[in-house]
Design a binder for this molecule. Structure first.
Ligand SMILES: [Zn+2]
Length: 599
């Protein structure tokens, strides 16, 4: 990122320190803060106190140093410090510092004595530069008496004095101090921006990193530039001549709590027992406690149930997670449905009780996962609700009557067939007046399930930009049916149940892990393709062929059209590197897929 390379690639210095920004234009992902600061600097509007707040590792302290550097440059205040004067050299990211810029860690120097001492020093004029700048890190650790000691000087500062308070908890800064500051809230860095940063830094290090590694690292870093780069550091340190490979990264990062939970939930959503049980194997191998995992899983299920009931639970702080994680969770919630989630939660809760003091917790964890995967083996009401929900999520075959002529389901075919024999069905949206009645009738009975019925005209609990485009497309298929019918008219072979094949480290689970990145990449080329991918899931990866299953047959057919599969393949190449082929089929979680339409 900074141009200060040119040294021998040394691993000794951490990436985060080595590529620390030297000017505001180099600060990544905080433009909402750095842009107005640059404007203020170029206009010469300088305040005596600043408050930089935000999560850890997002660039608050770096930005405070940059602000000091921008103020004290001989050409300052300027948004672009010259980099040549004494002050600029001293305050450069790895410079020796400046006598006029004092950094204090309030965690160790937050008492009243320290504050008085600081106050006394602050009156002295700067030795060399224009301003004396005090950067007070962890400002929430300053005691109330400490803040009170500073109050006077912050209220009536001498002209040369600047305070920059950096804190993760701005509400703990004394309000009378806070009101004197210009408050700049820093944020977690979005995945796309973070990826750019990592790619630049790894390129500057001259290390090859397989593209699929980045999403893993970014997720592990949780939006903090510092944490993310520490994770990358660790991978770089262990990199062989071939660079950082996906296998190497997954063996280290695939076993973090969040990654394992996501893998299991995605596996459950896709009805992919192989990935669920291999995840349990990995978590035990990595030394995680099955009991703690089950309890974390229960927490996640609770969040998903809440997201079903309250789609904006994230905004209401009912569910707390970073934005990208929240998007992943919303997609999971929508894919699985409230009745199923509730049953999962009940099973895990009961399992947790059984696990207490059990000698074989792994076995119990596996048993409860198999119970979640197979609602048909249970006679319980919850299991019946789950099966009903899965049926409802498949549009009733009767809709086919006047709807899509390409649909092979005979009119009047029984709606409730076994999943494995389920005929292809018509679009949920084409359901208009004819189908509305049967759907509503079924949905009305179980209270919980009614919430989840996607075809119902009621507000769909979706965070993704789903409804509009999806609602528009299927009817288009009708007039052009004879043409479109060419592809679907191909013999409807029942594909094998999804059996993820591991090839080169990339299996269905690996592609599911990058699903949200994939959607973002698809969106950049085709919003309609992205919309159609809602309720779709990765069912299989064989070599470089990715099979995507959609619950709606007509949408699966549209997705199978070349321009859509090409858009998805391009997006896969963007996120994972390499070249990919995409097939789209009709299929539901755990069910046998149908209507194979290769791209
Ligand atoms: Zn300068």
């Amino acid at each position: 990122m900074s141009g200060s390379t040119g040294t021998v690639p040394a691993v000794a210095l951490a990436l985060y320190r080595k590529y620390r920004p030297a000017t505001f234009s180099e600060v990544v992902g905080q433009e909402h803060v750095t842009d107005p600061l640059r404007v203020a600097l170029s206009a010469g509007r300088v305040n005596h106190a600043y408050l930089f707040s935000g999560p850890r590792g997002c660039g608050k302290t770096s930005s405070a140093r940059i602000l000091a550097r921008s103020l004290n440059c001989v050409k300052g205040p300027t948004p672009d410090p010259c980099g040549e004067c004494n002050s600029c050299i001293g305050l450069a990211p790895n410079g020796t510092g400046s006598v006029d810029v004092v950094e204090l860690d309030a965690a160790s120097h937050g008492g009243v004595e320290d504050a008085r001492d600081l106050r006394d020093k602050a009156f002295y004029a700067p030795a060399e530069a224009k301003y004396r700048v005090f950067i007070i890190d962890e400002a929430h650790m300053v005691t109330t008496q400490g803040f009170n000691a500073l109050l006077k000087i912050v209220e009536e500062p001498p002209d040369h004095l600047i305070f920059i308070f950096a804190t993760t908890e701005p509400d703990k800064v004394l309000p009378t101090i806070r009101s004197r500051t210009h408050h700049y809230p820093f944020r977690l860095i979005p995945p796309g921006v973070m990826r750019g940063l990592l790619e630049r830094n790894c390129a500057a290090e001259g290390v090859t990193v397989e593209p699929a590694v980045f999403p893993l690292v970014i997720r592990a870093g949780g939006g903090s530039a510092r944490d993310t780069q520490s994770v990358m550091d660790q991978l770089l340190a262990g990199a062989g001549p071939e660079g950082v490979t996906y296998e190497r990264a997954i063996s280290l990062l695939g076993v973090t709590d969040a990654a394992l939970i996501n893998d299991v939930v995605d596996g459950l959503a896709a009805g992919d027992g192989a990935s669920v049980f291999s995840t349990i194997d990995r978590l035990v191998e990595a030394g995680h406690d099955p009991r703690r995992f089950a309890s974390d899983l229960l927490d996640r299920l609770r969040d998903l149930v809440l997201l079903c009931a309250v789609p904006d639970a994230g905004d209401r702080n009912l569910v707390s997670a970073p934005a990208d994680e929240l998007a992943t969770m919303s997609a999971q919630a929508e894919r699985i449905g409230p009745a199923t989630l509730t049953r999962y939660a009940e099973i895990v809760h009961a399992g947790l009780v059984e696990m207490r003091g059990a000698t074989a917790p792994r076995l119990l964890l596996e048993l409860l996962c198999s119970r979640m995967l197979l609602p048909s083996v249970s006679q319980s009401e919850a299991a019946l609700l789950q099966r009903l929900e899965q049926l409802e999520r498949r549009p009733p075959a009767t809709i086919a009557q006047g709807g899509d002529p390409a649909t092979p389901a005979p009119p009047g075919a029984p709606v409730f067939t076994r999943r494995s024999q389920q005929p292809t069905a018509a679009p949920p949206v084409a359901a208009a007046p004819v189908a509305a009645a049967p759907v509503a009738a079924v949905a009305a009975a179980p209270v919980v399930a009614a919430v989840a019925t996607p075809p119902a005209p009621a507000p769909v609990p979706a965070a993704a930009p789903v409804p509009a485009p999806a609602a528009v497309q299927p009817p288009v298929a009708q007039p052009s049916a004879p043409v479109v019918a060419a592809a679907p008219a191909a013999p409807l072979v029942a594909a094998e149940p999804s059996t993820p094949v591991t090839t080169g480290g990339m299996d269905a689970m690996a592609v599911r892990r990058i699903w949200s990145e994939l959607l973002a990449a698809v969106r950049s080329t085709s919003r309609s393709t992205e919309a159609m991918l809602t309720n779709a899931m990765v069912s299989e990866v064989d070599g470089n062929v990715v099979t995507i299953a959609h619950t709606s047959a007509p949408l699966a057919r549209r997705l199978a059209e070349a321009r859509n599969t090409e858009a998805i393949a391009t997006a896969l190449a963007t996120v994972l590197g390499g070249t990919w082929q995409v097939r789209c089929i009709h299929g539901t979680p755990g069910a046998t897929s149908q209507a194979t339409t290769p791209a």
